[in-house]
Design a protein around this ligand. Structure first.
Ligand code: BYC
Length: 309
C-alpha cells in the first residue's frame, strides 16, 4: 500500500474528510464526480417544473416565495458544480454531458406540474425526500460536498416548510382546492419514493459508496425514514397517501408500504419519462442562449488579468 492509499484509508476509518488535494482512488474520484454532477444537474433541471408557475402564482406573496425558492435551486447547482470542479471536473464539460444525455439527473423532475397545488406538494414531498437524503450527506467523506450540503439542507428546510404551509392553506380552503391537493399528492407520491433510487438489491453503487462513507445509509433505509416522517404529516394535513399497503407495523416500529413501479423508474432514468425530452431541450436552449454571456465574461476576465482570451 502506498502512503497515499494508507492516509486515505485512515481518513475514512477515522471519519475525517477527504480534501481535494489529498490522494484518493480513481474510483472514489469518479464516484464523487458522478454523484455531485448528477446532484448539480438535478438542482438546475429542478428549476423548470416549479419555474413554470412563477408567472401564474395566485398572489404576489406566493410569487415572491416561489421566485426565491427557484433562485435557491440555481445557487445549489452552483455550489455543487464548484464542488465537482475541486475534483478536476470542468463545469462546461459536465453541462455538455447532461445535454447530450450522458449524465443523469433526478427522475422526479421528468414529471409535469398540473396545478399550483403541485408547487406545495413538490415543496412538501420532493424537498422532504431531498432533506431525508441530504442531511446524512452533510457527513459525507468528501469535504467540499459535505460542506456544500450543510447550507443546501438549511435552504431545503425552508422550501419544505413553504410547501407544507401552502398546502395547509389550500386544505382549509374550498372543496375544489382540497381536491387539487389530493390529486397532486396522488401524482407525486410514488415518484417521490423513487427519488431514493432503486431497491438496495438492485443498487450497484451503494456497497462501495457506503464503504467509502460517501453514502451513510442505503436507498431503502432512507426511503423508510421518509415514509415514517411523512405519514403523520399527511394525517395532519388531511390528505390520503395513495398506497393501500400503508400501515403501521408495531413489531418493526415502522410503516409498511407498497413498492413503487420500478420499471417506471428504469424508464424515466433511461430518458423515457413523461418530460425527459422537454426538460433537456429547454436546458440546451438556455445553454445556447447564455453562450454570449459566458464569452463576454471570459473576455472581461482575460482583459483584467492581462492575458488575451
Ligand atoms: N433518478 O446504485 P444507485 C433536489 C441512478 S435534487 C435518476 O443506487 P447511487 C431538489 C444512479 O445515479 C435531487 N437516477 O446509485 C432540487 C445510478 O446511475 P449510474 C437529487 C437515479 O448513486 C430542486 C443508477 O441509477 N439528489 O433535491 O448509489 C428542487 C443506480 O443507482 C435515481 C441527489 O442527487 C433517480 N432517482 O444512489 C427540489 C442526492 N436513483 O450513474 C429538490 C445525491 C438512482 O451508476 N445523490 N439513479 O449510471 C444520491 O444520494 C445518490 O446518487 C442516489 C442514487 C441515492 C440518488
Amino acid at each position: 500500500m502506498t502512503t497515499g492509499e494508507a492516509v486515505f484509508t485512515e481518513t475514512i476509518e477515522r471519519d475525517q474528510r477527504v480534501e481535494p488535494a489529498d490522494w484518493m482512488p480513481d474510483g472514489y474520484r469518479r464516484t464523487m464526480i458522478r454523484q455531485i454532477a448528477q446532484h448539480a444537474h438535478s438542482e438546475i433541471i429542478g428549476m423548470q417544473p416549479e419555474g413554470e408557475w412563477i408567472t401564474r402564482a395566485p398572489t404576489l406573496r406566493r410569487k415572491a416565495i416561489l421566485l426565491a425558492k427557484v433562485q435557491d435551486e440555481a445557487g445549489h447547482g452552483l455550489y455543487l458544480y464548484s464542488a465537482a470542479e475541486t475534483l478536476g471536473a470542468d463545469r462546461g464539460d459536465l453541462t455538455r454531458r447532461l445535454i447530450e444525455g450522458r449524465q443523469k439527473y433526478s427522475s422526479i423532475f421528468n414529471y409535469p406540474t398540473h396545478s399550483f397545488a403541485d408547487v406545495g406538494v413538490i415543496g412538501w414531498l420532493v424537498d422532504g425526500a431531498a432533506i431525508c437524503n441530504q442531511v446524512p450527506l452533510c457527513r459525507s467523506s468528501f469535504g467540499p460536498y459535505a460542506r456544500a450540503m450543510i447550507r443546501i439542507c438549511k435552504e431545503e428546510s425552508f422550501h419544505q416548510r413553504q410547501g407544507y404551509e401552502l398546502l395547509l392553506n389550500m386544505m382549509s380552503g374550498t372543496p375544489a382546492q382540497r381536491d387539487m391537493v389530493q390529486d397532486s399528492v396522488n401524482r407525486w407520491w410514488w415518484p417521490s419514493l423513487m427519488m431514493f433510487g432503486p431497491p438496495d438489491a438492485d443498487s450497484p453503487n451503494t456497497a462501495q459508496s457506503m464503504a467509502w462513507k460517501i453514502k451513510r445509509h442505503t436507498n431503502d433505509e432512507l426511503r423508510q425514514r421518509f415514509v415514517d416522517m411523512t405519514v403523520p404529516q399527511a394525517e395532519a394535513l388531511g390528505v390520503t397517501l395513495p398506497d393501500p399497503a400503508l400501515r403501521w407495523n408495531a413489531e418493526r416500529e415502522h410503516y409498511d408500504f407498497g413498492q413503487p413501479d420500478w420499471d417506471e423508474l428504469r424508464r424515466v432514468i433511461s430518458g423515457d419519462g413523461p418530460l425527459n425530452r422537454q426538460r433537456l431541450a429547454r436546458r440546451r436552449q438556455a445553454d445556447e442562449d447564455g453562450a454570449w454571456v459566458r464569452e463576454a465574461a471570459a473576455a472581461h476576465a482575460a482583459r483584467r488579468s492581462g492575458v488575451p482570451a
